[in-house]
Design a protein around this ligand. Structure first.
Ligand code: NI
Length: 138
């Protein structure tokens, strides 16, 4: 027996028309997968809000020539080695470094790590991609 559950939803015509246009532009073949992704996004957002164990990536660009900055960023990362799975350093050009740090741990710790890195002078941009370990999602 399938574990799929089917349900009906009533929506205003304009809303479903807009939704269909939107998901078509995102390359969805049908509404079901688009709605599954909306539900998963909501559940992952809640995992972060409730300080559950999460996974994600910190991407930051910083000035390679600020020597103290490089040491400071490394010190911070060593303080959070329990939640850092891996990191990749890319020399973008003579001045700029791009670092991608994969993380897994309690949401609050991940956010604190990201904010400690971001607030350093010389970090030009940092974004936190809030994803999931996937354990409780289908
Ligand atoms: Ni570099």
């Amino acid at each position: 027996m399938s574990n799929l559950y089917r349900f009906g939803v009533s929506l205003e015509r304009q809303l479903i028309d807009d939704f269909d246009k939107h998901i078509k532009s995102l390359n969805y073949k049908n509404r079901s997968e688009a709605i599954r992704d909306l539900i998963r996004d909501a559940l992952v957002k809640k995992q972060w809000l409730c300080d559950n164990e999460v996974a994600g990536a910190i991407t930051m660009n910083y000035d390679h020539h600020k020597r103290e900055l490089v040491n400071k960023l490394l010190d911070i990362q060593h303080d959070y080695q329990n939640i850092i799975i891996s990191s990749q350093h890319v020399h973008i050009d003579h001045h700029n470094c791009l670092e991608i740090i994969a993380v897994k741990g309690k949401a609050r710790n991940v956010e604190t790590l990201a904010s400690k890195l971001k607030s350093q002078k010389g970090v030009k941009h940092l974004s936190l991609s809030m994803s999931t370990t996937g354990k409780s999602l289908k």
